[in-house]
Design a protein around this ligand. Structure first.
Ligand SMILES: *Cc1c(COP(=O)(O)O)cnc(C)c1O
Length: 398
């Protein structure tokens, strides 16, 4: 199929949930680069929405996947799975979690977290089922995660929603305090709200939430689907906050493109699941957990976390220079590691986003006025320069 065939067939055969996509289809990738069918080279500063942390076609990653493909892909959870066990161990050793359960996506990991929190109180014979989440959050597209997601546009077509989810304003401790009832089972937040435009929560706010949850016997859940796996400079973003959750969820970069998600929990809550309470066909099969294991290995070998800290500081510095050079055009820069949001004047955001794309630089527009940069975590300062120099040229013209 040439590009027009792909486009037309997509319109005819694929459900129209993505509408008119950006006019590109990629055939090959290498590091930060993506190659379209006609050979056009793009620079991927979005990494498949914070997924391809190792960039494209990372040799050691590909070799680990091929190696696993030659052995076995799937066996079912009826049997012990060495890679699954090993990956769970890796996550536990690197985090505050004592136990892990694997799913296939972020939404599914979050569903697992809701079930676990509810089961914890069910076991205790307590009638606690309400889950407090935040406005402008994003937790996934399944029915329960849509109910958890504080964005009207995602909820509207699906009313009545799964009951028990309550949204309050982000970064507002009193709002949570006021929403807590004797039915509150859990509070779930993203430490940095990604989809709504890269909005980090305050350290003090998160610390207060922890204290409130401890006092009221409420499960604190961090959705680290986007912020986890080194994106924000620590393996898990909560480590930069110095506040531990009871449960956190992972997905996006955990398999660097091979679908795998995880529910990670402390023992007191993890032990609420008994045999039969939860399950999955694909979750953490030998292939996807081999991907996760390879990701952990390569992060260690290549010092990825150090790289994120160093390059993100440089990148944000370069963007800061542009904000000074073009006051009123760039209105804010927010980041946690290599999750960077550049906020533009309302009238300019879309134009800048489109101009970046025309210059073969991939980003995403989120929250209406924010260009989100979530590049592979292997990028170097010179890649940040490429981005900043291109943006400089664009801003000079508009
Ligand atoms: C992407 C994302 C999800 C949903 O993950 P899927 O794999 O698309 O189900 C959930 N939470 C956050 C914070 C995300 O960024």
């Amino acid at each position: 199929m040439n590009f027009d065939d792909i486009k037309n067939n997509d319109k005819q055969y694929y459900m129209n949930t993505f509408g008119d996509r950006l006019p590109a289809a990629f055939e090959k990738g290498e590091g930060l680069k993506l190659f379209a069918k006609d050979g056009t080279v793009y620079h991927d500063f979005l990494a498949g929405i914070a997924v391809n942390a190792l960039g494209h076609s990372h040799p050691a990653f590909i070799s680990a996947l091929k190696n696993q493909l030659d052995k076995i892909i799937h066996t079912s959870s009826l049997y012990y799975i060495e890679n699954q066990t090993a990956l769970a161990m890796r996550i536990v050793k690197a985090s505050c979690a004592d136990k892990v359960f694997f799913a296939n996506s972020g939404a599914e990991a979050n569903e697992g977290a809701f079930k676990l929190a509810k089961k914890y109180f069910f076991n205790k014979g307590e009638d606690k089922y309400e889950i407090i989440t935040l406005d402008k959050s994003f937790h996934g597209r399944t029915l329960a995660t849509v109910a958890a997601t504080g964005q009207e546009k995602y909820q509207k077509p699906y009313r009545p929603l799964t009951p028990g989810f309550i949204q309050v304003a982000p970064n507002d401790f009193e709002a949570v305090e006021n929403a807590v009832t004797d039915k509150t089972a859990a509070v779930m937040i993203e430490l940095v709200q990604g989809e709504s435009g890269v909005h980090p929560m305050d350290v003090e706010y998160v610390r207060k939430l922890r204290k409130l949850c401890d006092e009221k016997d409420i499960i604190l859940i961090f959705d680290e689907v986007q912020t986890g796996m080194g994106r924000c400079g620590e393996m898990f973003c909560y480590q930069a906050y110095g506040t531990e959750p009871d449960i956190f969820t992972l997905a996006k970069a955990l398999g660097c493109g091979i679908p795998i998600g995880a529910v990670c929990a402390k023992d007191f809550v993890a032990s609420a699941f008994s045999p039969g309470d939860h399950g999955t066909t694909f979750g953490g099969n030998p292939f996807s957990s081999a991907a996760g294991l390879a990701v952990f290995d390569i992060y260690e070998k290549e010092n990825i976390l150090e790289n994120v800290k160093q390059v993100s500081a440089y990148f944000v510095g370069r963007l800061g220079e542009l904000m000074k050079k073009y006051p009123g055009k760039i209105t804010d820069i927010r980041n946690a590691g290599l999750l960077i949001g550049v906020e533009f004047d309302e009238k300019l955001a879309k134009t800048v986003f489109n101009a970046l794309f025309e210059n073969k630089i991939l980003t995403s527009l989120c929250g209406g006025t924010t260009v989100r940069i979530a590049p592979p975590l292997i990028i170097k300062n010179e890649d940040a320069d490429l981005f900043a120099n291109t943006l400089d040229k664009i801003l000079a013209k508009i």
